[in-house]
Write a protein that binds this ligand. Structure first.
Ligand SMILES: *Cc1c(COP(=O)(O)O)cnc(C)c1O
Length: 426
């Protein structure tokens, strides 16, 4: 049975109410809006040609009145679906009371949010920021300061070990250690102090650790790279290498965290604890940007007044929405849903291997589907899926990243996978 809390998260008419009218022609309203985007907006994205005007739960409606099942959920920012009623209510209530104080003063939401998020995540301290990239930047700063002040690394020589094919955001420091030429090239001079090792190779991590190593920073499952799951035992071995050498382990859970894989952290599947975790995306419930670094008090404790900050980090609206997100996660219903429905999703996707699909990876309601390059590109499949009333997006040309809202139903998953099978045949 679907618990009551989740039922309230499923107000949409679902499949019966689907008003999707078949392959969409790019009509006048849609194309005039896309023209505006292209003329006035910087071209740093290549969206699918669909213009969304409304959304609820797992469903979005475009300006033409077509309805689509959202099979991407804002790269996991919409884990609780569009406009979850509890989250919208929390935002409204806070907007009517207090929006911003700055951290020059206290507000009545911040401390409660920090305590509740720390309790949910089994951590000791919370540093609030806004975007995922800011959380990662903050973790890097904290790790460096910890290296100098606690570990005793010589000033300006701290190193952080990162992985091939990583994705941690778009700031100049973060793209400095990206090996994706599109994300990296032309943005130098680059920030030094990062050492790259092959993702999933624990021996390489151990070999890369030296006296100046402050931290290992990696995604527990690489999202942008195509939902890459490292080999069994990798995280246990990395944890051991960190422990043996007084090195911090930082798990970037901006995309993988908060129930996406069936646990609060993807690392929980490995029975490994990180020293710091970065959270973002779903932490703001798809309503506002909320991010955080959570972890050990003795590590985050290196921050002192004035040494780091953000005008909006931990502002009352962020904390109110974040508290409602934490409350949704505290029952475990979403985690269970991701586990159970994820097993179904993976079983159904597995049937497509050999039928236009080469490989399926992932965990919980999260999957990377490699399209047979002899058959189609990822973009072609995304477009054909759109024509079937399902929205998702390719990453790196040949992989579809599937991350439905965790409020999706089994029937909706079947509908979407059937649509994918048809899109692959089309
Ligand atoms: C999306 C993402 C980020 C960056 O988050 P933004 O909010 O876009 O800055 C960082 N790390 C991971 C793993 C992500 O998936």
């Amino acid at each position: 049975m679907v618990p009551d809390r989740l039922n309230r998260a499923l107000p949409t008419p679902g499949l019966e109410g689907c008003r999707y009218r078949g392959p969409m022609a790019d009509t006048a309203v849609t194309s005039s809006i896309i023209t505006l985007d292209e003329q006035w907006g910087a071209h740093n994205y290549h969206p699918l040609p669909v213009v969304i005007a409304e959304a609820e739960g797992s469903w979005v409606t475009d300006v033409e009145g077509n309805r689509y099942l959202d099979f991407l959920s804002g790269y996991s920012a919409l884990n609780f679906g569009h406009r979850h009623p509890d989250l919208v209510a929390a935002a409204h209530a806070q907007l009517d009371r207090l929006t911003l104080t700055s951290r020059a003063f206290h507000n009545d939401q911040f401390g409660a949010f920090c305590r509740e998020l720390a309790t949910l995540t089994g951590t000791e301290m919370v540093l609030t920021m806004n975007t995922g990239a800011e959380a990662v930047e903050s973790a890097i700063k904290v790790a460096r300061k910890w290296a100098y002040q606690v570990k005793g690394v010589a000033f300006d020589s701290a190193e952080i070990i990162v992985a091939t094919n990583n994705f941690h955001g778009r700031t100049t420091t973060i793209v400095s250690f990206s090996d994706d030429p599109v994300a990296h090239d032309n943005y130098g001079p680059f920030t030094p102090g990062f050492v790259t090792v092959p993702y999933g190779d624990a021996e390489a991590v151990r070999d890369a650790i030296g006296p100046n190593t402050a931290a290992v920073l990696m995604e527990p499952i690489q999202g942008e790279a195509g939902v890459i799951v490292p080999p069994d035992g990798f995280w246990r071995d990395v944890r051991q290498a960190c422990d043996d050498n007084d090195v911090l382990l930082i798990s970037d859970e901006v995309q993988s965290g908060l129930a996406r894989t069936g646990e609060i952290f993807a690392l929980d599947h490995e029975d490994v604890r990180a020293d710091l975790y970065t959270l973002g995306k779903a932490l703001g419930g798809g309503i506002i940007p909320v991010s955080a670094v959570v972890g050990r008090a003795d590590v985050l404790g290196v921050l002192t007044p004035g040494s780091h900050g953000s005008t909006f980090g931990g502002y009352p609206v962020a904390c109110a929405v974040g508290r409602a997100v934490v409350e949704l996660l505290s029952t475990g219903d979403f985690q269970k849903r991701s586990t159970d429905l994820g097993a179904h999703l993976h079983a159904r996707l597995g049937e497509l291997v050999g039928h236009g699909v080469v490989e399926v990876r992932g965990r919980g309601l999260w999957a990377g589907v490699d399209i047979d390059p002899a058959a189609k590109t990822g973009r072609e499949v995304s477009m054909a899926l759109r024509d079937q009333g399902v929205l998702c997006k390719e990453t790196h040309h040949r992989t579809l990243r599937i991350a439905p809202p965790l409020v999706i139903t089994r029937e909706e998953i079947d509908h979407a996978v059937d649509a994918l099978a048809a899109a692959l045949r089309a």
